[in-house]
Design a protein around this ligand. Structure first.
Ligand SMILES: [Zn+2]
Length: 387
């Protein structure tokens, strides 16, 4: 059952593992493949019971291994003008088309294709395969796996996350944080509006706070140069959705809006939450409650992912540079699981086949030559881990 990375990519793309669908059939396929090569693995179910992650270790059961990390979920295809079946890998020239071909089943396929070589090698340092669910939405798959490192399993010291980077070594990405705001107003006929609290008027002030906070960061970054290599080089605040109110002549009882914050490495996403809470509790809520005690603002939040910060003399960077020959400094504007591994104390970089420009697009593709480069990278890694 030795398959090439292209043959494996063909199989993987055939599973429509969209983030909110089930990936259990894909996980079962990978499990059978690993078992066929005598590799023990563990399936870590997600709380939804419809998705799972895989963790496998090849080589000695000791600390200090290298994690190869990829995600199994893909983004939806609905509404996208595909010219071929997104879940059938379709070759045209040097390109292979299919949902996830680039982001990031291409890397997953290369890692699985390298399994027989990993098994045959005399590894002195373990290689761990980590394939996760739910990267595109919450990154909870990676969190569930990372929680168990050093407890149920040995603790690795290096992680290569194979997000598409054209096999360049990426040492930085932004973090992500989401804040949900629910403004609770007090409903009256608008002819009597001062006896009510308009959730929409309040939300408008809060949305403006978000924009002004973003503009303040922008102005500071433009004065200081901002976060090196990032474009834009500041932590950006953005309101993505807003809804509220029921009629033109009623003060709105409810208004909901969602803020996304892209945090540059070195900045602390939580400080925006603290400043925002402070503004709401001091300057907004008292006037609302003076009109009606039930009026107020609920704020909920979650950290979507930690930023990836360039490490001082990081081992992951050293290994990836040795194997790729790439000595440039690259950062990416998207979030990834790399920041979570790094936050767990594991030296981490991103290095994977394909170009992020093709990710999430209709007619997503990856070049065969990118898979070939990744195959060579993994062969080099196996050699390094056998020394
Ligand atoms: Zn991805």
């Amino acid at each position: 059952m030795n398959l090439t990375s292209i043959e494996l990519l063909d199989r993987l793309v055939g599973f429509p593992s969209v983030s909110d669908a089930s990936n259990l059939d894909l996980v079962a396929f990978i499990g059978e493949y690993l078992m066929a090569h005598g590799v023990a693995y563990e399936v870590i179910p997600q709380p939804d019971g419809r998705n799972a992650n895989i963790w496998a270790t090849i080589g000695p059961r000791i600390d200090g291994g290298v994690v190869l990390s990829g995600h199994l979920d893909v983004v939806p295809v609905e509404g996208q003008p595909w010219t071929s079946d997104p879940f059938t890998l379709t070759p045209k020239g040097d390109r292979l088309y299919g949902r996830g071909a680039c982001d990031m089943k291409g890397f997953d396929a290369c890692v699985l294709a390298a399994v027989p070589a990993m098994v045959a090698a005399d590894l002195k340092r373990p290689i761990h395969i980590c394939l996760t669910a739910d990267e595109e939405i919450r990154m909870d798959g990676a969190r569930a796996v990372i929680e168990r490192l050093g407890k149920d399993w040995t603790r690795p010291s290096v992680c290569i996350v194979g997000e598409p980077s054209r096999m360049k070594v990426v040492t930085g990405h932004k973090g992500y944080m989401r804040i949900d705001t629910h403004v609770r107003g007090h409903e009256v006929h608008s002819s009597n509006r001062y006896a009510g609290v308009s959730a929409i008027f309040v939300a408008a002030r809060l949305v403006t706070w978000m924009e002004e906070r973003d503009l303040k960061n922008k102005a500071e970054a433009e004065a200081s140069g901002g976060a090196p290599y990032f474009d834009p080089g500041w932590t950006m605040l953005h309101v993505g959705t807003l809804s509220g109110g029921t009629a033109h002549n009623i003060t709105a009882l409810d208004c909901h809006f969602v803020t996304g914050i892209r945090v540059v490495p070195g900045d602390d996403g939580m400080r925006y939450l603290r400043e925002y809470e402070d503004f709401v509790r001091r300057e907004i809520e008292p006037a609302m409650k003076a009109v009606h005690p039930d009026a107020g603002v609920n704020i909920t939040w979650r950290v979507g992912g930690e930023p990836l910060v360039r490490e001082e003399d990081g081992e992951a960077e050293r290994i990836a540079r040795r194997l790729t020959g790439d000595n440039g400094i690259q950062v990416v504007p998207y979030g990834a699981e790399a920041g979570l591994f790094q936050a767990a104390g594991i030296s981490t970089v991103i290095c994977g086949p394909g170009d992020i420009a093709q990710a999430h697009q209709p007619d997503e593709w990856i070049e065969v030559s990118e898979l070939t480069k990744c195959d060579a990278f993994l062969a080099g890694l196996i050699r390094e881990c056998s020394l």
